[in-house]
Design a protein around this ligand. Structure first.
Ligand SMILES: Cc1ncc(COP(=O)(O)O)c(C=O)c1O
Length: 417
């Protein structure tokens, strides 16, 4: 180990009282079942694989490394569609005033439902994947969609949203500016906002979105049980506004209470609003400003979702931040697996958690977090590959051309363990 100063930052969550009340309220087990039942009716819907990287696990001194591979979720290369589609389902259900038992996919796409609902335009801001998922779900269900992106959004990401039938507008500023603008314009135009982040007075839809993500968790638990594993011991989850992290961590705490896995939230170092909030240690969410410059486009958010924070402040065990090159390193580890392990196509936001763990296990100065994690041969570590190759140009630059290299000071000169 050559480096002395860790380039990762972390804070163990002193406020993690493990009060699971909010988790149980926001993620009741029955709602997961409803979400999964709806998702399963979508034509082409399949459970995504839970891939085992057993040789990497051995190399890192763990019992197992499991990767939920959302790169192959429908045709959208990301988990995000689970949330947006379930929120649209709930929205239609409210309008139609029907019980879950009568809310089939077939009915929702029928002329009868369309006549009752009229013409709806769903609208959202996005840093890419959420907008693509909403556009896809709206068009499948026969409705219109408007998506706002911020000025740093790459062309492939914009085109992917347009190709799913949405009108896309580029807003000057960052993701949080795009959120503010869509709310103003939706009010003027009568659009229905389907935002994955929440704010005062706007919490129902974001909670539906987070509940939609739990289909992924229900699948994971089914896949673990087929391997004789009751639950992971450690979960690393990446965060932008924190909705995904809260869904994952809330799901596990709702299901297992105090026996939930150790849960670590990972953010880019330049977009670390949750880490920053935990660091303040006053129980409140705190915003950060600026350009939020990072290659992890899906995680470039400066304002925590307040309802997500309610779960995270009580139940996340640690918050950590990573430089971009650890996301790029994670992508390369996934793309060039150890012999016998499967290859995983993982984009910047998908791969950062693996890069983060390797850094924790490897870097001098990370002892506090390493000791806390206590990774050993009984550990079953869960990662969520939340996106595949969603930005093909940048993906190739990283994997083929070696963009965002690990600085030489941080190169390994020994086996990782
Ligand atoms: C690929 C990917 N991973 C993770 C996230 C993080 O989700 P959240 O903003 O809910 O924290 C996003 C958000 O867009 C994403 O696109």
């Amino acid at each position: 180990m050559k480096n002395q100063a860790p380039d990762i930052k972390w804070v163990l969550n002193k406020k993690a009282v493990k009060d699971v009340t909010t988790s149980k309220e926001m993620f009741p087990v029955e709602v997961s079942r409803v979400a999964r039942k709806f998702h399963r009716q979508i034509p082409g819907f399949k459970m995504t694989p839970l891939r085992s990287l057993s040789n990497l696990a051995h190399m890192l001194g763990a019992g197992g490394i499991w990767v939920k591979d959302e790169a192959v979720r429908l045709e959208l290369s990301s988990f995000k569609v689970l949330g947006g589609s379930f929120a649209i389902y709930r929205f239609m259900q409210e309008k139609l005033n029907l019980p879950d038992s009568e809310m089939s996919y077939e009915f929702l796409t029928s002329k009868e439902a369309k006549d009752k609902l009229g013409e709806i335009t769903f609208a959202s801001a996005t840093d890419g994947n959420h907008g693509r998922g909403i556009a896809w779900a709206a068009s499948k269900l026969g409705h219109k969609c408007v998506i706002y992106v911020h000025s740093d959004t790459s062309l492939p990401r914009i085109n992917a949203i347009k190709n799913n039938g949405a009108i896309v507008k580029v807003i000057e500023g960052n993701y949080d500016d795009a959120v503010r603008q869509i709310v103003i314009d939706a009010n003027e135009n009568g659009w229905e906002v389907v935002s994955d982040t929440s704010w005062e007075g706007y919490t129902t839809v974001p909670n539906w979105i987070m509940q939609g993500y739990t289909t992924m968790m229900a699948e994971i638990q089914e896949q673990f049980s087929s391997q004789g594993i009751s639950k992971p011991t450690h979960v690393f989850v990446q965060a932008g506004v924190g909705a995904l992290a809260a869904a994952v961590i809330g799901y596990y705490h709702s299901l297992f209470g105090q026996d939930a896995p150790k849960c670590i939230v990972v953010e880019p170092e330049n977009a670390d609003c949750l880490y920053h909030s935990a660091k303040q240690n006053d129980g409140q969410p705190h915003n950060i400003g600026g350009s939020l410059d990072t290659i992890m486009a899906g995680l470039a958010c400066g304002e925590p979702s307040p309802i997500a924070w309610e779960v995270l402040k009580d139940c996340a065990d640690a918050f950590m931040t990573c430089p971009d090159y650890l996301a790029a390193k994670g992508m390369r580890i996934y793309a060039t697996p150890l012999a016998g392990d499967p290859m995983v196509v993982s984009g910047e936001s998908g791969a950062v958690t693996l890069g983060a763990l390797v850094a924790v296990l490897k870097e001098n100065g990370a002892e506090e977090l390493r000791d806390y994690l206590d990774i050993n041969e009984d550990s079953q570590i869960l990662f969520l590959n939340t996106e595949g190759n969603t930005d093909p140009v940048h993906f190739r630059q990283i994997i083929w051309e070696g963009a965002d290299p690990v600085p030489k000071d941080f190169w390994s000169d020994e086996t990782v363990k």
